[in-house]
Design a protein around this ligand. Structure first.
Ligand code: 13P
Ligand code: SF4
Length: 311
């Protein structure tokens, strides 16, 4: 079926199911265009928490759909492709974190978990952060306890730098962001000397050092809109380019390719397609379901995050 027919079918099914479609900024352009709301992890968590429809269809990776389900359990949460995982989430298995905390009981760590983690890790955390609010939340952490930051060592190092709080970092990273290199950025800067470099904090320090601005995907839009620059070198997953070009059409956005694939693409994010979105609304599957006891334990640190990042 051609996309217009498919889109009409999705919209009809959405109406019939009384569903809302949420999409992350790394989703395929056609999914972003059919969604009711597109945003970063923080904005999507807020949207999911406030959703009034019977069904939330989450076009993103699994931990994001899981977060929607933790925050709003009275809605049915569907994900077009249940295999949409995340390498950063995989770099911190809950049982390994539990064993680490057990082995270091005397330290009494205050555990700060980046939202890109499983429900099991969230349940072990004191508070959750996203790349959009990490600085604010680390600043609010109790000053009399050592901090353990999981799972992203790059985001953790960046926040430690910004806040001056020393933190023990879990050695996890994102397989897309860790591939950007200093040489690629230097080359792009040479080619576009008037462009500003905007990068995601999941990038390594050697890359972050070359950036004019470091921020979450959502903040990239605000930054590029208000900056005096006309061109930007964008150092993150390529899905954000669609949003940037749509929302800030008067400016130019230059992607950085990674060494393994020509186009800095998260293959997990790209597992979702229009066909799978139609199928999940039609078949009412896959549904994200969570054990209630674990959900409640993961809810507390997520709620703490939402309260702390309200202002
Ligand atoms: P944001 O919090 O900026 O949406 O990033 C999520 C993510 O998965 C980055 O790789
Ligand atoms: Fe996870 Fe990286 Fe994909 Fe973001 S880009 S969802 S951190 S694998």
């Amino acid at each position: 079926m051609q996309a217009p027919g498919l889109i009409a079918e999705i919209l009809q099914l959405k109406e019939r199911r009384n569903a809302v479609i949420l999409a992350h900024s790394y989703q395929r352009p056609e999914l972003q265009d059919v969604a009711d709301f597109v945003g970063d992890s923080l904005a999507l968590a807020r949207q999911a928490q406030q959703a009034k429809c019977d069904v939330i269809v989450f076009c993103g990776v699994h931990f994001m759909a899981e977060t929607a389900c933790i925050l709003n359990p009275s809605r049915t949460v569907l994900i077009p492709d249940a295999e949409a995982s995340c390498s950063l989430e995989a770099s911190c298995p809950a049982d390994e974190l539990a064993a680490f905390l057990q082995a270091n009981r005397e330290k009494n760590y205050y555990v700060i978990a980046y939202i890109n983690c499983s429900i099991g890790v969230k349940a072990l955390a004191d508070v959750i952060v996203t790349s959009g609010n990490a600085q604010q939340i680390v600043e609010a952490a109790p000053s009399d306890r050592p901090i353990l930051f999981v799972p992203d060592e790059n985001l953790g190092a960046w926040v430690a730098e910004k806040t001056g709080r020393s933190m023990t970092l879990w050695h996890g990273s994102c397989h897309v962001h860790r591939l950007f290199t200093r040489d690629q950025i230097l080359q792009a800067k040479q080619q576009y000397p008037d462009a500003e470099v905007v990068c995601h904090p999941e990038c390594r320090e050697v890359v972050r050092l070359l950036a004019d601005h470091i921020c979450s995907t959502e903040k990239m839009i605000h930054y590029c809109r208000q900056s005096a620059a006309k061109r930007f070198i964008i150092v993150t997953e390529n899905g954000i380019l669609h949003r940037l070009r749509k929302l800030v059409p008067e400016k130019e956005f230059i992607p950085i390719s990674t060494s393994t694939c020509g186009c800095a693409e998260c293959e997990f994010m790209k597992l979702n397609t229009l066909e799978k979105l139609r199928n999940c609304l039609r078949d009412f599957a896959p549904v994200v379901s969570l054990p209630e006891e674990l959900r409640l334990r993961a809810l507390a640190p997520l709620q703490r995050m939402l309260e702390l990042s309200r202002s």
